[in-house]
Write a protein that binds this ligand. Structure first.
Ligand code: SF4
Length: 716
């Protein structure tokens, strides 16, 4: 009889909650058999709980169309199997030719927020030292850039939640702006129980989402603003706090700068004016402001938190909206006070770590600006290259995708852990730009829509097949562990990049062992805002075995190991004067507002069963059965106005494209707004409709609001 398989402790492959789980190999081992998943009882954020995606996550390992060999596009236009040697030769020759003909910047790299820390770090190093291109960015530009810009400006650092998620449990009030936690991260809802019991959960969402429903029934407040007006909601709330003497004046005087300018900027945003813009009743704004103030420590409450999500950040006003939310939190004296705080709820699995280690267009490892001379010198020394050879900032994601194949733009693109054909805004334009490339190389696990367009497809390892680390939404660095062998000829991207570096004759050594990469990453991060230099795989293993974790910043301390920093800002902010910076902002409105030919707002988001572009979840039968097709939520009043039956196929049109989906009547949405999830490709792809207008500061696109026209789809 074969020995009983040992459970491997690891974490879910999907979202930034990174729920703890164990994987136990099938017994007896069956080829293609999937391991058994059990929720990790010791992991504090989920305590054994998993959502439907987590419970079924092993199904991703058994995807029927899993890529197992490299693919090359032949002369007949079809993808055919190839050896690694043949495929990498084609890639290396193509990259070298394009770089010689058009310069190194003609090769671009697009990364992903699902890559491990080790891969995110190595990808940035590969791009800047082997390819020597400035043009590297990643899909986190689509999801966390505005929160990062707002937090960096105010606090001098961006860690999504600067406190453990479990701290929320003791709060008397939580203001949740643009986040549907109950569907996107169900195990996190337990941490809202205290606020709900105190009647202090406030959810801001144009839909009465699953999370907004938690705030009903005396357990809180649901504010349903006109899409694109969240900033006006926040300006109205801050006006009430200041006008009614609810602000923490001592905190403002001792821990912030810029308060007076902010006070002047909201003076005219009395609740009735804000209500006229955002559609939220003025009395609800007053009630919310008083509820938050009563919960704050200054008024003897048990604590209050303000949290933002993509609903308010994916906007051309995203950085300003996050800034307004931070201003409100600072006025109430929340950040850095135990039991209170401000945070942004990161979405992607390694959305936090993904933005710290150098795959952003403007940043180096340790979350340092690429234009900072001391950061460049430090990283160059770790990389063993001359500082001058590290390129400057490259094009941010939307501009990079738009430049592909144009005169002077990139002619080759390497895509890692991203499916831009479905995830990028104005998706038809992205397809057009990808077609204009001379060389498209995609590393992926399954034949995603982007992989199917590639000239070369390289099959790579996924979560349970590899070792590494991820960083959760709370800045907790966790271990990802290998539980099963990768199938066929699948290899790690770490090996792919090292092999390409060798074939390109760069002379730069890229480590392929994840532990060795982590040690180098930790050295490269030393002294930066996201300092990992006191961390190692061994320390993380030991901490997790105690049911504990380690949070950055965790510098390499003299003597006793640094304990990490679960709670930030307790003694001040990492700004030159130790104070948080308040910045005045004003409401402008969305870039693509409703008008006669597009009279309805379109908002996008996620559903419980699917994740991002669905490349993983569409391949899990339980999830696909539960949510098999795209849909559009439509209020019956709107449906009657446009002549749309419940269940009928609706055609949605914007100035960028059209999409088709089945109408779902619901009264849980504003009558001027429709909602469509973004998990589908083809004619059901909502990103064929969304605008690629970007926030001027963060360069994050405005996924969350655009103007659309609805009509019943006429069968052709
Ligand atoms: Fe996985 Fe996120 Fe669900 Fe937890 S909440 S099981 S991390 S998808």
């Amino acid at each position: 009889m074969s020995p009983t398989p040992t459970p491997v402790q690891t974490h879910c492959p999907y979202c930034a909650l990174q729920c703890g789980m164990s994987l136990t190999a099938a017994r007896p081992a069956v080829p293609g058999g999937v391991p058994v998943v059990v929720g990790g009882r010791e992991f504090p954020t989920n305590r054994g709980g998993l959502c439907q995606k987590g419970w079924t996550s092993a199904g991703v390992l058994a995807a029927p169309d899993r890529l197992t060999t490299p693919l090359l596009r032949g002369a007949d236009g079809e993808l055919r199997t190839a050896s690694w040697d043949e495929a990498l030769s084609v890639v290396a020759r193509g990259l070298a030719r394009i770089a010689v003909e058009s310069g190194p910047e003609a090769v671009a790299v697009f990364g992903g927020g699902g890559l491990t820390n080790e891969k995110a770090y190595t990808l940035g190093k590969f791009a800047r030292t082997v390819l020597r291109t400035p043009n590297i960015d990643y899909n986190g530009r689509f999801c966390m850039a505005s929160a990062a810009a707002g937090m960096n400006r105010a606090f001098g650092v961006d860690r999504g939640l600067p406190f453990p998620l479990t701290d929320l449990g003791g709060a008397q009030a939580v203001l949740l702006l643009g986040s549907n936690l109950a569907e996107t991260m169900p195990p996190s809802v337990r941490h809202l129980a205290g606020a709900r019991a105190a009647g202090g959960l406030v959810v801001v969402d144009p839909r009465r989402s699953t999370t907004a429903q938690l705030a009903d029934g005396g357990q809180g407040v649901h504010l349903a603003p006109v899409p694109g007006t969240d900033l006006a909601v926040l300006l109205g709330l801050l006006h009430v706090v200041l006008a009614e003497g609810l602000a923490d004046t001592e905190y403002l005087e001792t821990r912030t700068t810029g308060a007076e300018a902010v006070r002047r900027s909201v003076a005219a945003w009395w609740p009735e004016r804000a209500a006229a813009v955002c559609g939220v009743p003025a009395d609800d704004l007053r009630r919310t402001a008083r509820l938050l103030a009563a919960a704050s420590g200054r008024h003897g409450g048990a604590g209050a938190y303000i949290l933002t999500g993509r609903g308010v950040e994916q906007s051309t006003q995203g950085t300003a909206t996050v800034t307004a939310a931070i201003n409100l939190a600072l006025a109430l004296g929340l950040p850095g006070r135990p039991g209170s705080g401000f945070g942004a709820v990161t979405g992607q699995g390694n959305g936090q770590g993904g933005r710290e280690h150098g795959q952003k267009a403007d940043q180096l490892p340790g979350y340092r600006m690429i234009t900072d001379p001391s950061a460049r010198a430090h990283v160059a020394a770790v990389w063993g290259v001359e500082e001058e050879t590290i390129p400057g900032p490259g094009l941010p994601a939307v501009a990079l995708l738009d430049a592909l194949g144009r005169d002077g733009g990139p002619r080759a693109l390497l895509v890692h852990g991203s499916n831009v054909v479905v995830s990028a805004p104005n998706a038809d334009r992205v397809v057009e730009r990808l077609r204009a490339l001379d060389l498209l190389v995609v590393c992926d696990v399954v034949p995603s829509e982007t992989a199917r367009m590639a000239d070369v497809v390289l099959p790579v390892t996924q979560w349970a097949e590899e070792e590494g680390t991820m960083t959760s939404l709370e800045g907790r660095v966790i271990r990802r562990r290998r539980a099963v062998d990768a199938p066929g000829e699948v290899r790690s991207e770490l090996w792919v990049w090292a092999e390409l570096a060798r074939r390109l004759g760069s002379g730069v050594e890229l480590a392929t062992d994840p532990e060795q990469v982590f040690d180098e990453l930790a050295r490269a991060s030393a002294g930066g805002p996201a300092d990992y230099s006191g961390l190692s795989h061994g320390r993380l293993d030991a901490a997790e075995s105690r049911g504990d974790g380690l949070y950055w910043p965790c510098p390499d301390g003299e003597g006793a190991p640094h304990p990490g920093t679960p709670r930030m800002f307790l003694d001040g902010f990492p700004t030159p004067d130790g104070r948080a910076r308040m910045t005045a902002v004003d409401h402008g409105g969305p870039s693509d507002d409703v008008r006669e030919d597009a009279p309805t707002y379109l908002v996008t988001g996620r559903v419980l069963q699917h994740y991002q572009t669905g490349a993983q979840t569409h391949r899990v039968p339980e999830l696909e059965d539960a949510q098999p097709e795209p849909f559009v939520e439509v209020h019956p009043l709107l449906a009657l106005r446009v002549g749309l039956e419940d269940g009928e196929t609706v055609r949605l049109t914007t100035s960028r494209g059209t999409a088709l989906a089945r109408a779902r009547w619901t009264t849980d949405i504003r009558p001027d707004t429709v909602f469509m999830p973004f998990h589908w490709a083809g004619e059901g792809s909502v990103n064929r409709l969304t605008t690629d207008a970007v926030d001027p500061t963060s360069k994050m696109p405005e996924f969350k609001v655009c103007a659309v026209r609805l009509e019943p789809a006429v069968p052709t």
